[in-house]
Design a protein around this ligand. Structure first.
Ligand SMILES: [Zn+2]
Length: 584
């Protein structure tokens, strides 16, 4: 009995020391140059383009012109040829297994780099962890060093390279993993090829992780590496299952409609949190950048769906360990999935996590695949949306902070930091995941956003816009409870009774707006008058000196159109009165 206890005790100690399931050890970027770039220890001049191309419109157009379905298909043909990319599979063979697959990916990154002045630097990220009885693993990454090393932020676009069959450690089955996650892997490769034609402020990291299928080990290890080395990751875009358009018999909720239904126009972005979530804010940023830069140019427009959850019900992915470390992270997944990844359940006929996750089938037995499960044109569109978002995030300046004052008929917003920019944007959201409006700030740091909506609660955030028109990532949201409008064309709408002002008798005649302001203050003061339309656009701003007692204000508006407007009176950046008026 004593021997037994001693044996169990020794076994327990051994388990604790050998396989701590919660931490990977010996985290190592194998290329020291890449390690230094990630840590911000590099001279950006060493990686300059001969001819710098950093214009956002040129980058978006470059993605549209150069990301091709043929490239994506050719990479995926190569990836599935390694038969099994299980994290515990062969690492020595040149033709089969995860080792051959990651060496092929490494060489791809290097080939892209050679075509682009060798600006893309490639490395493995090695870590120790027992996965499927193999103790050491390697993710593959390439970095495109950014110009701005002042805060050395990095943006990360990634996908897991590993695949699996029904048994999570089966290293001899056919585990093509075409959609899960060859699709995401080839998307990341294609973006590395195309985006290395351009120059960015922040370093872009293109990464293919390993060990995802057994517990997100690759992303756990890299997020841990970033965390302990104080590497400021600005955003993470995880791509996992992004090429399939066919709905299987089962799919993880929120599910697709039913067997063989096809959708090649929707993409889903999953992210943690609801209100005040920086992950959701980034999902909205991706969507806004799509509308701003791509949507007018897309032959097949896409819908970007900002999903409620961090992932589909009961599922997870590589973005989660990053979010858990405090980084902003989202996941892209196609709208329709072929399966729910649970082949152990009786009667499972779908593709995910099975030998059936292949590119397509040869239906007429001529040794050519003629029926595809991966839609390469859809995958191309997803890659362009991804690349556009990560490119804009990599150019984006710092995010401002702001102050919000709630008032009759709307909100008054003042930018408090990052004041050097010519323009700012205000994102307005109600109780859905999506924004309802994005307003410009017209070169000012103050803005009145009228309450043109019926909802009672608003979530407001701001972004700075640089000289090229790229928005910063949006700020943390602030909440405002809407204050109802006063009745139209009534005389008294003073919201701040301490203001000692009464704002009344607005009329319009022959291009002139007449206001009467009564002041109970004993001294004169300067006030601003802002006229905004129902979309929040500033029509007119004017500063006037208000004397004690009665003031007749006349504002010239020669070419104003008929309609409803808001007239606001502003004292030291605080709205003290707003009236909804009708000009005719
Ligand atoms: Zn996956």
């Amino acid at each position: 009995m004593r021997t037994m206890i001693k044996y169990l005790f020794t076994l327990l100690i051994c388990i604790c020391f050998i396989s701590n399931p919660f931490a990977q050890t010996n985290l190592l970027i194998t290329n020291p140059e890449v390690d230094n770039i990630l840590k911000g220890n590099y001279d950006p001049l060493s990686y300059l383009q001969t001819l710098t191309i950093d214009n956002p419109a040129a980058i978006s157009l470059g993605l549209l012109d150069n990301v091709t379905a043929d490239s994506l298909q050719s990479y995926l043909n190569s990836l599935v040829s390694f038969v099994n990319r299980n994290s515990g599979s062969d690492t020595l063979s040149d033709s089969i297994g995860i080792g051959a697959a990651r060496r092929w990916a490494y060489n791809k990154f290097q080939t892209f780099s050679l075509a682009n002045e060798n600006r893309l630097r490639t490395s493995y990220f090695q870590f120790d962890q027992n996965i499927c009885a193999v103790n050491q693993h390697k993710s593959v990454l390439a970095v495109l060093p950014g110009l701005d090393t002042s805060n050395h932020q990095i943006v990360l676009v990634e996908a897991h390279l590993d695949s699996r069959c029904e048994m999570s450690c089966d290293t001899s089955c056919i585990a093509n993993g075409a959609d899960d996650n060859g699709s995401g892997s080839v998307l990341v490769l294609e973006l590395a090829r195309v985006l290395s034609n351009y120059t960015f402020n922040n370093t872009i990291v293109f990464m293919l992780t390993t060990g995802e299928e057994q517990g997100l080990w690759g992303s756990k290890a890299f997020s841990q590496y970033a965390f302990i080395n104080n590497i400021p990751i600005k955003v993470v875009q995880n791509n996992d299952i992004v090429g399939g358009t066919i709905c299987g018999e089962r799919s993880s909720p929120p599910s697709c409609p039913g067997v063989s239904e096809i959708d090649s126009n929707n993409i889903r972005i999953f992210s943690q949190g609801i209100n005040f979530s920086k992950n959701k804010q980034y999902a909205r940023y991706i969507k806004m950048q799509y509308y701003d830069m791509l949507e007018p140019l897309m032959k097949v427009p896409m819908s970007i769906n900002i999903m409620d959850g961090e992932d589909r019900t009961g599922r997870g992915g590589d973005h989660i360990p990053f979010r858990q470390k405090g980084y902003t992270a989202v996941r892209f997944t196609s709208s329709h999935e072929h399966g729910d990844g649970h082949p152990e359940i009786m009667g499972y006929t779908d593709h995910q996590h099975t030998v059936k996750d292949v590119i397509g089938l040869d239906t007429d037995f001529d040794n050519k695949i003629d029926s595809f499960f991966i839609d390469f044109r859809y995958l191309r569109r997803n890659a362009i949306i991804n690349g556009n978002a990560i490119a804009m995030a990599a150019q984006a300046v710092n995010t401002p902070t702001f102050d919000l004052n709630n008032s009759f008929g709307g909100m008054y917003i003042t930018i408090l930091s990052e004041l050097q920019y010519l323009s700012y944007k205000i994102m307005v959201r109600t109780n859905t995941n999506d924004f309802v409006g994005i307003y410009g700030l017209d070169g000012s740091i103050n803005r009145f956003v009228p309450n043109t909506l019926t909802d009672s609660t608003y979530y407001i955030s701001v972004a700075a816009m640089d000289k090229n028109g790229i928005e910063s990532i949006f700020s943390q949201e602030q909440m405002a409870i809407a204050i109802a409008d006063g009745p139209i064309n009534t005389n008294v709408d003073v919201l701040n009774t301490n203001s000692q002002l009464v704002f009344e008798n607005i009329s319009f005649k022959n291009g002139y707006l007449y206001l009467f302001v009564h002041s109970n203050n004993s001294s004169q003061e300067k006030l601003e008058f802002h006229l905004t339309d129902l979309l929040g656009r500033t029509i007119m701003k004017s500063e006037k000196t208000i004397m004690p007692y009665e003031n007749n204000i006349v504002l010239n508006l020669p070419s104003i159109r008929e309609g409803f407007y808001f007239m606001s009176m502003i004292r030291e950046n605080v709205v003290i009165g707003t009236k909804k008026i009708f000009i005719y």
